[in-house]
Design a protein around this ligand. Structure first.
Ligand SMILES: [Zn+2]
Length: 307
């Protein structure tokens, strides 16, 4: 991993990277992760240029900082973060060095996606020394379509404050997005309805909101705690939980250890399903709707096959 100290911005690097001034003045919107970037594109439309700091195949908790991220943050008009300490391990040092008041905490150009979300799994007591990284509750809410609507409204509100001249367009785009979510949600619920109550295993606690929305039952995680690598003793417990609950699918994301999941699957006659939560991690999942279509279809097909 790089150290941020080596990336401190100088006036010279900024000038050399600035390039010619653009004619159409679009808002520079920076999102920490591609799912938030996808929503910013839906709401900002033609009035924004959107960049995500994390790659779709990167763990949003552990993003490798790049020198270019500092330049991107320095020029941002708006920053969208997941919040609830999702990016605690990598965003604060970048922001310290990016020197941009427009996206400072509390500024109208700073959007915290978790604001207004009904957070699940807020710990009663928390001890960071135990390694848990979900200190303020579970931050993986974007795969609940109703949570995505709340985030979209938050984005529209802030874009209108930063760029009042285009507020009507942001409002209209929000309306379009929200109506489309309502329509698609009916379709997604119908596709998963035959699997209501299905038992699932995940690698990380990253499908809690998805499971709650679609009536699914997560019986175990391969990680003993969020952010802690699976141990043999813990995996033995997972295998026994899968055998007694008859869970037949294990959901993994691209940055998680698929081999570990496969080992567990072999011993439980289960199937490993690739369920990326970030748009663009696999082909044809660039928009929020394409991503959710993929998640719903992959899970429905995987559960169908195991019946
Ligand atoms: Zn997490």
């Amino acid at each position: 991993m790089h150290t941020i100290a080596t990336f401190k911005l100088t006036a010279t690097t900024l000038l050399s990277l600035a390039g010619p001034p653009s004619i159409a003045k679009k808002l520079n919107v920076v999102a920490t992760t591609p799912d938030l970037a996808a929503l910013a594109r839906e709401i900002g439309g033609d009035f924004v240029d959107v960049t995500a700091l994390a790659k779709p195949t990167e763990d949003p908790h552990f993003v490798d900082p790049k020198p270019s991220s500092l330049v991107i943050l320095n020029r941002a008009d708006v920053l969208i973060e997941g919040g609830a300490e999702l990016e605690l391990g990598w965003l604060p040092p970048l922001l310290d060095n990016a020197r941009n008041d427009k996206i400072a905490s509390g500024a109208k150009g700073r959007i915290v996606a978790s604001q207004g979300i009904h957070m699940l799994e807020i710990p009663a007591t928390f001890d960071r020394s135990k390694g848990d990284i979900h200190s303020l509750g579970n931050p993986h809410f974007m795969v609940d379509p109703l949570a995505a609507k709340i985030v979209a409204a938050n984005i529209a509100d802030h874009l209108a404050q930063v760029d009042p001249a285009d507020a009507a367009a942001f409002k209209a785009n929000l309306q379009t997005f929200s109506s489309a979510v309502d329509r698609k949600l009916v379709e997604w619920q119908k596709a998963l309805e035959p699997h209501r109550g299905a038992k699932l295993v995940t690698y990380h606690k990253d499908f809690v909101y998805f499971a709650a929305r679609f009536g699914l039952d997560i019986v175990a995680e391969l990680e003993p705690k969020p952010g802690i690598a699976p141990s043999p003793a813990h995996l033995a417990q997972v295998i026994s939980a899968m055998q007694s609950s008859k869970a037949k699918v294990i959901l993994v994301q691209p940055y998680q250890n698929r081999k570990t999941a496969e080992t567990v699957a072999r011993q439980t006659n289960a199937t490993v399903l690739d369920m990326p939560e970030q748009p663009g991690a696999i082909p044809n999942t660039n928009t929020y709707f394409q991503l959710m279509d993929h998640l719903v279809q992959t899970l429905a097909a995987g559960l169908e096959e195991k019946q």
